[in-house]
Design a protein around this ligand. Sequence first.
Ligand code: IMP
Length: 422
Amino acid sequence: MQTVVVVGTQWGDEGKGKITDFLAQRSDIVVRYQGGNNAGHTIVLDGKKYALHSIPSGILNPNIQNILANGMVINPKALLIELDKLEGMDYKIAISDRAHVIMPYHLMLDEAKEASLTHKIGTTHKGIGPAYTDKAERTGLRMGEFVNEELFKSRLSEILVQKNQQLAIYGKKPLAFDDIFVEYKVYADRLRPFVTNTSILINETISKGKKVLFEGAQGTLLCLDHGTYPFVTSSSPTAASVPINTGVAPWLINGAIGVTKAYTTRVGEGPMPTELNDDIASYIREKGHEYGTTTGRARRVGWLDLVLIKHAKTSGGLSGLAVTLLDVLSNIDTLKVCVAYELDGKVIDYIPSLVNDFGRVNPVYVELKGFKEDITGVKSFKELPLAAQQYIKFIEDQTGIKVVIFSVGPDRNQTIIIDDIF
Ligand code: IMP
């Protein structure tokens, strides 16, 4: 396939960064298509750990064009801090002139709104929801305006009137135009050389027959439309959203690799049917380092839930699966896998649209034999212990999707291809 999307099939943190970094080695461009610095993509290369938030995970591969597409919301200050950490490295980035800018008032409103809610969403407090709200409300500031000093000045003074009114509702002090303009003008000057029409860039790359990797952030269950609303983010991480978020025709997207952990995690609020609160949860959390890359919050942990993956397949499309963190499951005697739910005495194999119903489902489990061996050095599917092979086969049989990649540790070299689809 020439163009492939890497998409999360759970509630984010599936290891998309690692899979993107791995596949980027054979790609010409990598395109982040939604979300912002709420994402935390960890890549380990030769023992060194990189935590990326807004920058595409292809960045560690020199000569690859990395694109922040129009569907993203970008915090200029945070992006520059991230870029500064790459000082001395050889990289290429381009930022869409249509991407929206996250400004200080978005961060303040995110925090204030959350504080005011009885049923909190548990956002990352990065200003994501408020920035996308402005986009939908048609009052947002786009990158193209931000890097044009005159436009930035006039738009900011207009926007601040409205934002200060909103901040006052939450009892917050008004923001001063000069403080923001003086600080952010410096960021705009630094980012200006990277801002361009990225849709043209991506389409040209595709028409030359080169390989394009689209990198999703968060996961399908955090999708604004197909996730566990309202406990979701404010964009769509699905493969189906790539065309609109990048300016590429739908028929130019060849396929999607759905990334899933060998178990399930979730951060933030909202139902999670297979959640565990026992010794197995603690074992998985510590062994899998299940603490947020962006917020440091301990992640909720549970058994693998295949209903989620089937949902990701139907709502956004998946042509193959990448199973990450398989090594974390070694030394557990029996592995449970959720294959359906029970709701009001009925067995269902889909996610109810009402979050209250979803909160009431009971998982229907199949028990599989666990494996004892340390598999972190495994280099092929055949080298896996039989029980681990059966675990992978079970996922394939139940979901009807081929597992094309699995990974047995954080390093790029601990990623194993079963079927070369990209
Ligand atoms: P927001 O995206 O900051 O508005 O947060 C909305 C919900 O999405 C919260 O439950 C967050 O914890 C969750 N979320 C956002 N980004 C990520 C991510 O990259 N990984 C996991 N959860 C995320």
